[in-house]
Each structure stands twice: as C-alpha cells, then as structure tokens.
Design a protein around this ligand. Structure first.
Ligand SMILES: Nc1nc2c(ncn2[C@@H]2O[C@H](COP(=O)(O)OP(=O)(O)OP(=O)(O)O)[C@@H](O)[C@H]2O)c(=O)[nH]1
Ligand SMILES: [Mg+2]
Length: 299
C-alpha cells in the first residue's frame, strides 16, 4: 500500500509578538519571515512551503491581529491577517506561555466564528520557570474554545515544534502537492530583500522609527555572480531620517552591512546593497501611499 499524500494551507494567527514568524522559520528550518522583539513586525502575508515525503504543508504567517484602529497601515495589516484565514484547511492560533492577555481575545473571537479546525499553540515554553505550570495552563486555555489540539512548544529552541507539524498534517486533505517540491515561498527575491532591511530597522532602532519605515527595492540584478540590490527606506519625517542615517552615515552603514550578511546567507551568493533614505510625509496614513509602497492586498 502506498502512503497517502496530503497537502493544504495552515495559517498562523495571533496577537502581535507571540512568535508567529519565529515559529514559521523554525517549521521551515530557514529564516524566511522577519522577527523582532517589537510588536507588529510582520506586515505582509508570508507563505512558507514545507514539502515532506508524505505531505506538503503550506504555512501562512500573518501580521499580528489587533483590535481595529484608525491608522490605515494597521487596518491594512488586520485585513491581510483576516483574509489569510479564508479557505485554509487548518488554523493555528498562537499565544504565549504565561498569562492569557486581553489582546489574545481578539484573534480568539475571530477564529471562533470559523469552521476550520483550530490548533492552539502555547509558545515560549522555554521561559517557564517550571514545567508544572503547563498543565493547569492547558486546562485553563482548553476552556476557552473547543480546540482541535493544544500544542505547547518553543519556536525559539525548536522544542516540540515537530509535534505541531504532525498535528496539522492530519487536517490536510488527501491531494497532490500544490507547489513544486523545491519551492519555499511565493515571495520574490526583491520582497525578501526589502523585508531583511526592515528587520534590521526593527531590531536596531527604538521608538517610532521602525513604525515610520517602509522599504522598497528599486533594482535587483545579478552581475557576474553578484546580486546587486538598490533599496529606498521611506520614513515620514526629516528627524527620523537623521536618526536612521546617524552621524556621518554610521547607523545606516551598520543596517546595510547586517542586512547584506543575512541576504548572502539566504541567497547563497555575494550581495552588493545600496541603501537610500527618503522622506514621504505621512505615508502610513494614506491609502494611496501605502499602495504605492507595495502594501496591496494581492501582495
Ligand atoms: N523566549 C522565547 N522567545 C520567543 C519565542 N518565539 C519568539 N520569541 C521572541 O518573541 C519576539 C517576537 O517574535 P516574532 O516571531 O517576531 O513574533 P510575531 O508573532 O511574528 O510578531 P508580529 O509579527 O509583530 O505579530 C521576538 O523577540 C522573538 O525572538 C520562544 O519560543 N521563546
Ligand atoms: Mg511576525
């Protein structure tokens, strides 16, 4: 008898900062989706395709869901996350070990209205002082909804992540793979390069700079085995540009160097990265500017 092959979509949702992108990367075994200790790092839907001998699991990382705000960028992020729940085979609701927060109620409320199986992931168990805390925590969370399964894990260390893969596989329909076996994502190299620059900004700057920054790759070509990338970092105010660039361009140089090293590892070739910082007042508050900067629903 030949083993059945299953394939389908599994969306990771949850409030900001619970570790969805870290989990996607751990599931795939590569750095595909950017992460940082700041909430609202992910702004796009990121597809990560995992092809096994008996299944193809298409994971979808999403922006952290938060109660509706008036800011167009935040509304866009919520729309992307909500749309990523439509028509998928299984939903993974991610929360963080410790206290269930008020902000967890919003994504929970959304998935409760859907008909797909919902698997609850309790992430960051490496932070627990004692594993004895886990059982009462699981009991408390089980009472919130009829979850298909509850999986405690650590996206950071990888502990129990294979159990999640095993659980979600069972909810996929029997069908051939959706994508070619060697495809890892639907994002272009330009999209990935832009995200890697944004990751450095989220990791290196405080206060409003990360939230006022958008990155657009204007050119990407391979010349004699070297990938040449030119990108613009858009900010909203001159003051933010001054902070981003730093004294004598020092800060921007570090961002560029670190981003280039990550890109070289990921793309497997030498990278030359040119970065420019430009000001576009209020881009995150204007639907037109958002679209122009690539924040489109089909993206
Ligand atoms: N200790 C610990 N930290 C983790 C774990 N998973 C993620 N983190 C950290 O939690 C922070 C947020 O992780 P992300 O993966 O960016 O979280 P996210 O849910 O994708 O966040 P948004 O994209 O903003 O919604 C980062 O500092 C991660 O390093 C974990 O299992 N253990
Ligand atoms: Mg994320």
């Amino acid at each position: 008898m030949t083993a059945v092959f299953r394939s389908g979509l599994v969306t990771l949702v949850g409030r900001p900062n619970v570790g969805k992108s870290t989990l996607l990367n751990q599931l795939l075994g590569r750095h595909l989706s950017i992460s940082s200790r700041r909430p609202q790092t992910t702004r796009h839907r990121i597809l990560g395709i995992k092809t096994l001998s008996d299944a193809q699991i298409v994971y979808v990382d999403t922006p952290g869901l938060h109660p509706e705000t008036t800011k167009p960028l935040n509304r866009y992020m919520n729309r992307v996350a909500r749309a990523s729940l439509e028509g998928v085979d299984c939903i993974v609701l991610v929360t963080s070990a410790g206290r269930w927060k008020g902000e967890d109620d919003y994504p929970l409320g959304l998935v409760q209205q859907l008909h797909q199986p919902v698997v609850l992931v309790i992430n960051k168990i490496d932070r627990l002082a004692s594993r004895a805390e886990l059982l009462p925590m699981i009991d408390r969370l089980r009472a919130k909804m009829n979850f298909a399964a509850v999986v405690p894990l650590s996206a950071k260390t990888g502990e129990n992540v294979s159990e999640l893969e095993r659980v979600v596989r069972a909810y996929l329909p029997e069908q051939p793979p959706i994508y070619p076996a060697d495809q890892v994502t639907d994002r272009s190299e330009s999209d990935i390069a832009a995200e890697i620059v944004r990751e450095q900004i989220f990791r290196r700057y405080g206060q409003e700079v990360p939230y006022a920054s958008a990155v657009q790759v204007e050119g990407l070509r391979r010349v004699k085995g070297v990938m040449e990338i030119d990108a613009v970092i858009w900010v909203e105010k001159e003051g933010q540009k001054a902070i981003l660039v730093g004294k004598g361009g020092e800060s921007l140089k570090i961002v560029g160097r670190e981003a280039r090293l990550v890109m070289q590892r990921l793309f497997g070739c030498k990278v030359r990265l040119g970065l420019w910082v430009k000001v576009r007042a209020g881009w995150s508050a204007s639907e037109r500017s958002l679209q122009a900067l690539g924040y489109r629903e089909d993206h």
